[in-house]
Design a protein around this ligand. Structure first.
Ligand code: SAJ
Length: 434
């Protein structure tokens, strides 16, 4: 299939890089968003999200004249839906007394509805948003067929998940392998023709539901692997073992690769996607939901470690280093570090947080602008996120900035021998032999 003009619905972390990349590869692209603030920002050539290289990509795309920004879709050869699929905050499912989260598919539904009036014979529609299995077939087809056209016959329909890592989106969009699942093999091939315009990685073709499941399986596998690392860290504390040392040794086995424990799992992908499987089949997803609960409860274990280090938390001054959900990004969504800070505050601790990538921090958390300010009068310093600049701190640096010699390291970022030799007392998550 040949493409001259496409419409990308949703200009966020995925839609905007995708729209810009298609435009710089010669397609005419209409980028659509329902948020007037986003439209106004983009029309000025500015961006509303932080992603390395994205501003330059948008500028390049606008400069070609190929990219235009619009509040609703227009006739085109193909439509790509890249809108968010968050959770309901106020609705839950329940299975055998266990609650699970429910995906809010309203943005996908309304984006799909918006395509109906402009859908024409011969078009291709692709859903990229992470979605519960069977969404393409059970949700999209009935809406799109209201146009009077038949999916897989009059128009092509495919699911192709985004699988890029925040911080490296523009590069991974082009280089990563891409999976495209069609409602028919013709649909999958049409999807392949579209993405082949810029994708250099392998393009794998399958059916739509398999492609939906592949995306969920990848992130669920990682979530479960981290959950077992977190559970190992709890066991190690009980048995007087250093979990980091044990995991490193176990992972020397050629068929074992255990991920790292930490204060929990955050971000908008790994802590979210497994619930899409649980929601779709709670009776069959007991391991997946148990892993989710292990990871969601990990901030409480982080809190207990700080209590072990400092005793009663009430009125104690704590410097929290890092609030992001993972190192060297500014993304605070679902961040376990922020959760640990809230728990410390609930116990009466006075916390000053320093997040170098987001100085303004989060509501309800006192954030300071420099490391010095955070640690100046602290009774205890807690490392929550292993940003490179924190890992690089030396005992000498910190001793000059702070009176405290009490440290809690949730990430195994600091070498215990080195810090202990300099007079610090270091408590590490997952270590039962401090
Ligand atoms: N984490 C640990 N221990 C580890 C690794 C990670 O506690 O050993 C924590 C991190 O601190 C963080 C969370 O897990 O809070 C998730 O971080 P991540 O780097 O594992 O993943 P994301 O959410 O940034 O990106 C993932 C990626 N998926 C996989 O690697 C399978 C990415 O490729 C996907 O595109 C992305 O989810 C997505 O959009 O789904």
């Amino acid at each position: 299939m040949k493409f001259n003009k496409i419409c990308v619905l949703g200009l966020g972390y995925i839609g905007l890089p995708t729209a810009s990349t298609f435009a710089t590869h010669g397609l005419r692209v209409v980028g659509v968003d329902v948020n007037p603030l986003v439209l106004a920002t983009l029309r000025k050539g500015e961006i509303h999200i932080h992603e390395p290289g994205l501003h330059a990509a948008l500028e390049a795309a606008l400069k070609t004249g190929n990219l235009t920004i619009n509040e609703s879709p227009v006739e085109a050869d193909a439509f790509i839906i890249a809108v968010p699929t968050p959770f309901y905050n106020d609705k839950f499912g329940e299975h055998k007394d266990q609650k699970y989260k429910l995906a809010d598919m309203r943005a996908v539904t309304s984006a799909t509805q918006a395509i109906v009036p402009v859908l024409r014979k011969g078009n291709l529609v692709v859903l990229e948003s992470t979605s519960p299995p069977r969404t393409t077939i059970d949700l999209l087809i009935p809406i799109l067929e209201k146009s009077g056209l038949k999916a897989g016959v009059d128009f092509q329909l495919a699911y192709s998940p985004e699988r890029v890592l925040p911080g490296q989106i523009l590069r991974e969009l082009i280089e990563n392998a891409r999976v495209i699942g069609g409602v028919t093999s013709e649909s999958a091939e049409a999807g392949r023709d579209l993405y082949a315009i810029f994708v250099k990685g392998q393009i794998v073709i399958t059916d739509a539901t398999t492609a939906e499941m592949v995306k969920l399986m990848e992130n669920t596998y990682r979530d479960i692997n981290i959950a077992i690392a977190n559970e190992f860290s709890r066991l190690a504390e009980r048995f007087g073992v250093d979990a980091w040392e044990a995991i490193k040794i176990a992972s020397l086995h050629p068929r074992v690769k255990i991920l790292n424990p930490g204060p929990g799992v955050g971000g908008h992908c790994i802590s979210v996607d497994p619930w899409f499987l649980v929601e779709s089949a709670p009776d069959l997803s007991t391991l997946i939901s148990a892993a989710r609960r292990v990871n969601d409860s990990q901030p409480h274990f982080a809190l207990e470690l700080v209590r072990k280090a400092i005793g009663d938390l009430h009125g104690r001054k704590i410097a929290a280093l890092g609030l992001a959900f993972k190192p060297d990004v500014d993304d605070l969504r679902e961040s376990p570090a922020a959760e640990v800070v809230h728990l410390l505050q609930e116990e009466g601790a006075i916390v000053k947080a320093f997040e170098p990538f987001r100085l303004e921090g989060l509501p309800g958390i006192t954030c300071v602008n420099t490391l010095e300010e955070a640690v100046r009068d602290a009774d205890c310093i807690v490392l929550l996120v292993h940003h490179a600049q924190f890992v690089a701190l030396s005992p000498k640096d910190l001793a000059k900035k702070s009176p405290t010699r009490l440290l809690v390291d949730m990430r195994n970022a600091w070498n215990p021998a080195q810090w202990q030799a300099a007079g610090f007392k270091l408590f590490r998550l997952g270590v039962g032999k401090n």
